[in-house]
Design a protein around this ligand. Structure first.
Ligand code: GAR
Length: 187
């Protein structure tokens, strides 16, 4: 009998290049839903074109609990088991995290526990670090604070700007995330 395939829901806010990597390199999991908090997120357009189930709910003008309840309903309707955040730039409430405890993972563009939060590449260059990178971690109530599941290192080169470094780290993200998600779904 074939091994069960885990149904993954992706939440994103923008470009969606990590979502594309997760779709294109899917193995041991399948993308059951791509949801966005932005109607014009490029990622959601790509997902739609590629025949994936998509969902959009604006968080504007409604209580956060209602916004998250709508996402929850869409995830349930699509029988999602694991949530992968892929450039989802909105903080999830403690209640949402508790409901999905241990079942949400995220990719973050730094070598955690270094540089939680925003502007990771500028901060790594400013600090004079020789190495940057990305981390996939379990989402908990603490921002970028859950168990680190995997990391990839990228050198910081002389003359790097936050943009040139971000491009190099992003390529590493696209290799790391599908592998770590597959391992996470299998454990
Ligand atoms: C990625 O670099 C991801 O690591 C980062 O946003 C970018 C999204 O790009 N995520 C965070 O900073 C989360 N705190 P993408 O939309 O092309 O995947």
């Amino acid at each position: 009998m074939a091994a069960p395939v885990t149904r993954v829901g992706i939440l994103l806010s923008g470009r969606g290049s990590n979502m594309m990597a997760l779709v294109e390199q899917a193995s041991g999991y399948e993308i059951a839903l791509v949801a966005s908090d932005k109607p014009d997120a490029a990622g959601i357009g790509w997902a739609r074109k590629h025949g994936l189930a998509t969902f959009f709910q604006s968080p504007k003008g409604i209580p956060k609990a209602d916004y998250e309840a709508a996402i929850d309903a869409a995830l349930d309707a699509n029988e999602v088991e694991i949530i992968a955040l892929a450039g989802y730039m909105r903080l999830l409430s403690d209640d949402f995290v508790a409901r999905w405890r241990g079942k949400i993972i995220n990719i973050h563009p730094s070598l955690l526990p270094k540089y939680k939060g925003l502007d990771t590449h500028a901060r790594a260059i400013e600090a004079g670090d020789a190495v940057a990178g990305c981390s996939v971690h379990v989402v908990t109530e603490e921002l970028d604070g859950g168990e680190v599941l995997g990391q990839a290192e990228v050198p910081i080169l002389p003359g790097d700007t936050p943009d040139t470094l971000a491009t190099r780290v992003l390529a590493a993200e696209h290799r790391l995330y599908p592998r770590v998600l597959a391992e996470f779904c299998a454990r």
